[in-house]
Design a protein. Structure first.
Length: 382
């Protein structure tokens, strides 16, 4: 979101010394310019002091919090908000989380930024922003918007790192960051933060942790055991993922083969081998790798089935691809990648009406899926 364009929605006014709102309204210092939210179609030259509302001032102040937190008068502006809205943090926090849950991302981000500008020392806000950007990245990646997803992952990483450095330490920051690093295939970092989470909570009694806290401790330990037993924090594993993800598949495949030599029973490694092969259009070799992953503990995932189906689809085995996609859909019935691939399968089978139905289903689940929308436009032209 462009800070400059957002700041264009406000202008600063100097209040006359005798200016005041109705009794009980907050006090304003006439010597400091006040940010005011423009009314629709209003230009600064047409401003009428008599029509100025408290809502315009509060909206202007929140815009400053979100997009100009280093403003020279920021402390004064925060003090106005504190006096006018004593429960502001709670109200904004609840609103931001609700908007994020409903995937109204633009408004959620604006509210989170306002919260952060209002109280930059509150590390819970920082953690919530990390979780928000993490969620937004996942949503964009599901929609096929990989560049946008990568950008929001970078933002999430920055906020996680800030939350991890909080004093006193914030245990939930370490727990949630662990899942972020798992998603990034940075298993060494994930291991580190989960170990820290367990260290921070080891002396807390179960009755104090509650059911959710006990679940988190058990889950963190389970993941740690998984990483350790499968040697997934190995440097070759991380290097392989980074190289393949950056388009250097051949070098990545060299790294993952080195890992597999020492760890032949790790399904994730065979999955990564298949992923690199599939990106190079070496579908038969990729198929064998994915089939191997499926035979290993933990490897029977919807993603493994989906990747295998792509290999079969590209190799012309439509019957085999359909069987595998149906298995994947049983495991994850709202996975838009799987449903999209069923659409592509229907196209290869010469059934455009069935394909359109699959792509329409994708859009019902995720209205922002650009790939499904594009395929529907193509089908409408047939």
């Amino acid at each position: 979101m462009d800070s400059i364009s957002q700041l264009d929605s406000i202008y600063f006014i100097n209040l006359p010394e005798d200016f005041k709102f109705s009794d009980g309204a907050f006090h304003l210092d006439p010597t400091i310019p006040l940010p005011v939210q423009k009314k629709d179609g209003e230009a600064p030259g047409n401003f009428d002091m008599k029509s100025l509302s408290e809502e315009q001032i509060l909206a202007g102040l929140l815009t400053i919090m979100a997009y100009d937190p280093k403003n020279e008068h920021i402390l004064y502006y925060r003090s106005i908000l504190n006096k006018a809205k004593p429960n502001l943090k709670k109200e904004l926090g609840e609103a931001a989380i609700l908007k994020a849950k409903n995937e109204d991302f633009e408004l959620a981000e604006e509210i989170f930024r306002a919260l952060r500008g209002f109280d930059p020392e509150d590390m819970v806000i920082c953690l919530n922003m990390a979780l928000f950007f993490d969620q937004r990245a996942d949503s964009y990646r599901r929609s096929g918007l990989h560049d946008d997803a990568d950008a929001y992952d970078d933002s999430a990483k920055n906020y996680y790192e800030e939350a991890l450095a909080a004093e006193p330490a914030l245990p939930d920051a370490f727990f949630n960051a662990g899942f972020f690093y798992l998603k990034q295939r940075d298993y060494a970092k994930a291991k580190d933060v989960f170990e820290t989470y367990l260290a921070l909570t080891c002396d807390v009694k179960d009755e104090e942790l509650g059911e959710n806290g006990i679940y988190k401790k058990n889950r963190a330990q389970e993941i740690l055991n998984n990483i350790t037993n499968r040697n997934m924090d190995d440097d070759h594993f991380k290097a392989a993922y980074d190289l393949i993800n950056r388009g250097q598949e051949e070098k990545g495949l060299e790294e993952i083969r080195k890992f597999i030599e020492r760890n032949p029973n790790v399904w994730n490694a065979w999955f990564m081998l298949g992923w690199g092969m599939r990106k190079l259009a070496r579908y038969e070799e990729a198929r064998l790798a994915f089939e191997k992953a499926l035979t290993l503990e933990g490897g029977e995932t919807s993603d493994t089935y989906n990747e295998l189906s792509i290999c079969l689809l590209e190799s012309g085995d439509l019957k085999g691809a359909k069987k595998i996609l149906e298995k994947a859909l049983v495991k994850d019935s709202e996975n838009t990648k799987i449903i999209s691939n069923l659409g592509y399968l229907a196209l290869k089978e010469g059934n455009p009406s069935l394909a359109a139905g699959y792509f329409q289903t994708v859009l019902e689940i995720d209205p922002n899926d650009k790939i499904a929308a594009m395929e529907l436009v193509k089908l409408e032209g047939i």
